[in-house]
Design a protein around this ligand. Structure first.
Ligand SMILES: Cc1ncc(COP(=O)(O)O)c(C=O)c1O
Length: 372
C-alpha cells in the first residue's frame, strides 16, 4: 500500500513512453548544430513549453534543474549573489523544506540576514508578519506554496503582493503543490517558482525554476551558456521530456477530486473510530487535497508504521525520516509533543483506491499501538 506520494510519485506510463526514444535513440547534444541534435533540441523546447504551459508563463522563463532542491538553491543563492549590492536581508518561514532552510543557513554564513516567519497552529503564515518583517535591505521573500508534511497552503497571492509593494522579489517552493492545486505564476503573482519532477509523476533528478523575465540570478553552475546562461551543463532531453509530459498531464486537476474525496473518507473513518484520540495536523481547508497528517494522541507514529510494514507512509517528512524527535514543522505549529510524536503523514495519489483506504482504517483500528 503506497501512501507516500508527497515523498515521491511513480513515473506515469505516458511519461515513461515519451522518454523511451530519448533513452534508446536520440543521443545528440541539444546544443550541436547537426542532424543528430535536431530531435533532442526540438524535444527540449517542447518540454520547456509544456512546463511553461502548466505554470502559465513563457518557455524562456523556465530553467531546467536537477530537481526541487537545485531550483530552490538557484533561487536563493542566485538572488543573493545577484542582488547583494542592493541588500542582504531574506525572509522565509520556519516550516520550509530543508532545501530552503539549508541554503538560508549557508547564506547566513555568507553575511545574509534571514528572518524566519512563524506560523499559526494550522501551519499558516500571517501576511501581516511578512509586512512587518520587510526592511529597505530585503532582497527576497521565499515562502513555500504548500507544506510537504501537513499540506497547509500559504496565502501566496497576499504575501507576493506585499513583497512587490516594497519592491521585493518573491519566490515560492511549489514542489508539493504542482499537479495538486493550481500553480499559475501570474495568479500567484510570484517572480520565482520551484518544481520537482518526482512529485508530479516524472522521474527523480529533474525539476525546474520559473524565473520571471527581467529577474536576474547568478548561476550556481558556471560554464557554457545553457539555459539562457542560468545553469551550465548539457541539458538532458530525456529528463526534460519526462518533466514536460508530466506537466502536460498535471494541467488536468480533475483526478484530484477523487483523491480529495478518498482523503476525506480516510479522515472521517479515523474520526469515527478513534474519536478525540486522533487529531488533524494542518489547515482544515487550506490544505493539499491528497495530504492527511494525523496524530494518534499519546502514541508513537514510527511504532505504528513499524507494525504496518507493507504500508508506505511517513512520520515527519520522508526526506528526513528515521528521526524520532518532533518534526520542526509540527514544532513551529506549536503541536504538543505527545500529539506530534503520534503524527503520521498519509499522502494519496492517482493510484490510491477506496479499498486500500477502507482496509487501512480497519487495520489501524485493530492495532493496539494506534488504538491503545
Ligand atoms: C516542499 C519541497 N521542496 C523541495 C523538495 C526537494 O525536491 P527534490 O527532491 O526534487 O530535490 C521537496 C522534496 O521532498 C519538497 O517536499
Amino acid at each position: 500500500m503506497y501512501l507516500d506520494y508527497n515523498a515521491s510519485t511513480p513515473i506515469d506510463p505516458a511519461v515513461a513512453a515519451a522518454m523511451r526514444p530519448f533513452l534508446e535513440d536520440h543521443y545528440g547534444n541539444p546544443s550541436s548544430g547537426h542532424w543528430a541534435a535536431a530531435t533532442a533540441k526540438a524535444a527540449l523546447e517542447t518540454a520547456r513549453a509544456q512546463v511553461a504551459g502548466l505554470l502559465g508563463c513563457q518557455g524562456d522563463e523556465i530553467v531546467f534543474t536537477s530537481g526541487g532542491s537545485e531550483a530552490n538553491n538557484l533561487a536563493l543563492k542566485g538572488m543573493f549573489f545577484a542582488a547583494r549590492h542592493k541588500g542582504d536581508h531574506i525572509i522565509s518561514t520556519r516550516i520550509e523544506h530543508p532545501a530552503i532552510i539549508e541554503p538560508c543557513r549557508f547564506l547566513e554564513r555568507q553575511g545574509a540576514q534571514v528572518t524566519y516567519l512563524p506560523v499559526d497552529g494550522t501551519g499558516r503564515v500571517d501576511p501581516d508578519d511578512l509586512r512587518r518583517a520587510i526592511t529597505p535591505r530585503t532582497i527576497l521573500v521565499s515562502i513555500m506554496h504548500a507544506n510537504n508534511e501537513v499540506g497547509t497552503i500559504q496565502p501566496i497571492e497576499d504575501c507576493a503582493r506585499m513583497a512587490h509593494e516594497r519592491g521585493v522579489i518573491f519566490h515560492t517552493d511549489a514542489a508539493q503543490s504542482v499537479g495538486k492545486i493550481s500553480t499559475g505564476v501570474n495568479e500567484l503573482g510570484v517572480d520565482l517558482l520551484s518544481i520537482a519532477g518526482h512529485k508530479v509523476y516524472a522521474p527523480k533528478g529533474v525539476g525546474a525554476l520559473f524565473v520571471r523575465r527581467g529577474v536576474s540570478l547568478e548561476p550556481l553552475v558556471h560554464g557554457a551558456g545553457h539555459e539562457g546562461g542560468r545553469r551550465a551543463g548539457t541539458e538532458s532531453a530525456l529528463l526534460a521530456v519526462g518533466l514536460g509530459r508530466a506537466c502536460e498531464l498535471a494541467r488536468d486537476l480533475a483526478p484530484m477530486n477523487r483523491v480529495r474525496s478518498l482523503r476525506d473518507r480516510f479522515w472521517r473513518g479515523l474520526q469515527d473510530r478513534f474519536k478525540d484520540r486522533v487529531v488533524l495536523n494542518g489547515h482544515p481547508t487550506h490544505r493539499l487535497p491528497n495530504t492527511l497528517n494525523v496524530s494518534f494522541v499519546g502514541r508513537i507514529g514510527t511504532e505504528i508504521l513499524g507494525l504496518l510494514d507493507d504500508v508506505a507512509a511517513s512520520t515527519g517528512s520522508a526526506c528526513h525520516s528515521g528521526r524520532i524527535e518532533l518534526s520542526p514543522v509540527l514544532e513551529a505549529m506549536g503541536v504538543a509533543p505527545e500529539v506530534g510524536m503520534g503524527a503520521i503523514r498519509f499522502s494519496l495519489g492517482r493510484a490510491t483506491t477506496r479499498d486500500e483506504i477502507d482496509v487501512l482504517i480497519e487495520r489501524l483500528t485493530k492495532l493496539p499501538a494506534a488504538a491503545g
